[in-house]
Design a protein around this ligand. Structure first.
Ligand code: PEP
Length: 253
């Protein structure tokens, strides 16, 4: 039985002080949460402080990216050892904004996934099609290339430690959410890809989140779908109340 994982991606929002305050509110609200895994991904700058705030709570720390190199002359980048040291458990990789604005490719997603797994952390691997690709009948071929690319040379044992976030690009930050049926259909297909790579039992155990304008109003419907095991939440994770409503919808299922 897969447990739900609800992760908040704060992106380039919140100062350090605001991040601490939001983390404190989320810690307080999630005291009674027992079945749902709750994860927050502040900016790098705030991550160490937020790690202190969530220590001993039901909330886990993620960061929004890493570089696949161990160290060196990579201005602006952060290594996996750095984020491990401050207590991060998850690393978001392959987000569509990284793919769109910062040259992330399936190859760099794979390099990062292997680096994260090698350090004993867990990647949240983001995939998803643009509207043009969906309308052009390329949904399945895009998802196939992204999943096969991300998991190249990753063992079945390691694959089980990963989470996939299916995020249709046209739904991210747009307020246009995929229908329950569209999301389920795509996520069922993603699970079938995992089954092809690693077999049915791994595919049944691996968690697949939905991301893209998930909010308190649509979360219950999406989370009720068979192949949706949680959410990667952008905008609605920036306020404790709306983020908690989504967590609560998962917890009550
Ligand atoms: C995201 O960026 O991963 C995301 C899902 O954003 P939003 O919830 O704002 O669409």
């Amino acid at each position: 039985m897969r447990s739900y994982i609800i992760a908040g991606n704060w992106k380039m929002n919140k100062t350090v002080a605001e991040s601490i305050a939001l983390a404190e509110e989320i810690v307080a609200k999630t005291k009674g949460i027992s079945k749902t895994e709750v994860v927050i991904a502040p900016t790098y700058l705030a991550a160490a402080k937020v790690a202190d705030v969530i220590k001993g709570s039901n909330v886990k720390l993620a960061v929004q990216d890493i570089h696949w190199k161990d160290q060196g002359a990579y201005t602006g980048k952060v290594s996996v050892d750095m984020v491990k040291e401050i207590g991060a458990e998850y690393v978001i990789i392959g987000h569509s904004e990284q793919r769109q604005y910062f040259h992330e490719t399936d190859e760099t997603v794979n390099l990062k996934a292997k680096k994260v797994l090698g350090a004993g952390l867990k990647p949240i691997i983001c995939i998803g099609e643009t509207l043009e690709e969906r309308n052009g009948g390329k949904l399945e071929s895009v998802l196939t290339a992204q999943v096969e690319g991300a998991y190249k040379d990753i063992s079945g044992e390691d694959a089980l430690k990963t989470v996939i976030a299916y995020e249709p690009v046209w739904a991210i930050g747009t307020g246009v959410v995929a229908t329950d049926e569209q999301a389920q259909e795509a996520q069922r297909y993603v699970r079938s890809l995992v089954a092809k790579l690693y077999g049915e039992s791994t595919a049944e155990a691996l968690r697949i989140q939905y991301g893209g304008s998930m909010n308190p109003g649509n979360a219950a419907g999406l989370l009720a779908q068979k192949d949706i095991d949680g959410g990667l939440i952008g905008g609605a994770s920036l306020k404790a109340d709306s983020f908690f409503s989504i967590i609560d919808a998962a917890e009550k299922r």
